[in-house]
Design a protein around this ligand. Structure first.
Ligand code: DX5
Ligand code: ZN
Length: 219
């Protein structure tokens, strides 16, 4: 599935851009939340998420919290219409407890990890999440280059969770690496700049989706 990250969309025409990406084949919207602390950038808050919910009432909203204190913000994003909320393993002392806290509010939960975070940090929580989010860039900005070693982490996670959880890759996904992400075991691929950064969003979505169904292998 293609997850359209609105972080690179035209914020002055957010609703139209989101609809365009969905009509072009994106299955869900990925909403990047940055607090200027966990990552050196600011993005958007619950009001923007709620606005997306209004304009796309039936769309799956995949909220990615890149914040130092996810617990503080989870209720606001549930209220704003999130379907899934991911937070970072690097930010949280007790990921299992926070997953239960979010799930009790009616959302599915994801555990995100940065490119340099070892698999040993997520291993204890493999079965506590609906989604594992593998960052393939250092979080904070769109338009960065894909970090190849993240494919190894994706493969490692998929081999352990089987079909019990989704594995999402986020950052630097483009037509040139899409098939390798899928071969490594990813089933949700996030794209911001390779989609919204292109002059023709429809063509860009098609190029990404074509790459996801091309054959490849990861050794
Ligand atoms: C990065 C965000 C990503 C970002 C991806 O911190 O988590 O979701 O929007 O952007 P691209 O696809 O341009 O790398
Ligand atoms: Zn993201």
């Amino acid at each position: 599935m293609l997850a359209a990250s609105v972080f690179a969309a035209d914020f002055a025409a957010l609703g139209q851009s989101a609809r365009l990406a969905l009509n072009a084949g994106a299955s869900l919207l990925h909403v990047d939340i940055m607090d200027g602390h966990f990552v050196p950038n600011l993005s958007m808050g619950p009001l923007v998420c709620a606005a997306l919910r209004r304009v796309c009432p039936d769309t799956f909203l995949d909220v990615h919290l890149m914040v130092t204190d996810p617990k503080e913000f989870i209720p606001a994003f549930v209220k704003a219409g999130a379907n899934s909320i991911s937070f970072h393993v690097e930010a949280v002392k007790n990921p299992k407890e926070l997953a239960a806290y979010a799930r009790d509010m009616g959302v599915s939960v994801g555990l995100a990890s940065n490119p340099d975070t070892q698999v040993s940090a997520i291993e204890p929580f493999l079965n506590d999440f609906d989604l594992h989010l593998v960052m393939s860039v250092h979080p904070g900005f769109s338009g960065q280059g894909f970090i190849e070693k993240s494919l190894v982490k994706t493969k490692w996670i998929r081999e352990r969770v089987g079909a019990r959880a989704r594995v999402e890759m986020d950052g630097g996904v483009e037509p040139s690496n899409g098939s390798r992400c899928v071969a490594a075991g990813a089933d949700v691929l996030v794209s911001a700049s390779a989609l919204f950064g292109q002059s023709n969003i429809e063509q860009a979505a098609k190029a990404l989706l074509d790459s996801f169904s091309a054959t490849s292998r990861v050794d």
